[in-house]
Design a protein around this ligand. Structure first.
Ligand SMILES: CC(C)(COP(=O)(O)OP(=O)(O)OC[C@H]1O[C@@H](n2cnc3c(N)ncnc32)[C@H](O)[C@@H]1OP(=O)(O)O)[C@@H](O)C(=O)NCCC(=O)NCCS
Length: 138
């Protein structure tokens, strides 16, 4: 069931993209893996705010596809840090499609929680450098 969003989403999206016919599955809608790839990128852009070295994705969970994405939709990926651990950053990503071609307005299509780990040059976990004041370590 699609969930309409308020017209003025509070955040600036980490990524905004128009999806093309090359991104479709056999049903003619956008392949879920394409959306997951953008979710991973959007979450990483957010997580890098707190980290000076490399990040790797360790888990992607609570992924829910709520409504299809169609060719020509303009899709926004909103990313918000929800937890900072010792070496990990957890980001909530909400995905909204603007159905310009179909004239159906904006619809929340997917949400996910992604966990990144800050790693050093030997790919070993290393402490996160910075954290937003409202998110103490925990
Ligand atoms: C990410 C990686 C470095 C973690 O190594 P590890 O030996 O498990 O490290 P640790 O046990 O010390 O855990 C490090 C952090 O990751 C978190 N973590 C580990 N596994 C997790 C999981 N499945 N889900 C959520 N968080 C996880 C830990 O809670 C810890 O966070 P904290 O320091 O904030 O408390 C290692 O698993 C790895 O290199 N994975 C491959 C990552 C990758 O290549 N991703 C791209 C996929 S194509």
């Amino acid at each position: 069931m699609s969930e309409p969003l308020a017209p003025d989403h509070q955040h600036t999206p980490a990524i905004r993209v128009m999806l093309m016919p090359k991104d479709t599955n056999a049903m003619g809608t956008i392949f879920g893996g394409i959306i997951l790839s953008y979710i991973d990128q959007a979450g990483a852009i957010e997580a890098y705010r707190w980290c000076s070295q490399q990040l790797v994705t360790v888990s992607m969970h609570e992924v829910e596809f709520l409504a299809p994405v169609f060719v020509g939709d303009v899709v926004s990926f909103y990313a918000e840090t929800v937890r900072i651990g010792r070496t990990s950053v957890t980001v909530q990503v909400d995905v909204e499609a603007e159905r310009r071609v179909r004239g159906e307005g904006r619809v929340k299509v997917t949400e996910a929680v992604v966990v990144y780990v800050h790693v050093d040059g030997q790919r070993q976990p290393t402490p996160v450098d910075r954290r937003p004041p409202e998110l103490p370590e925990g």
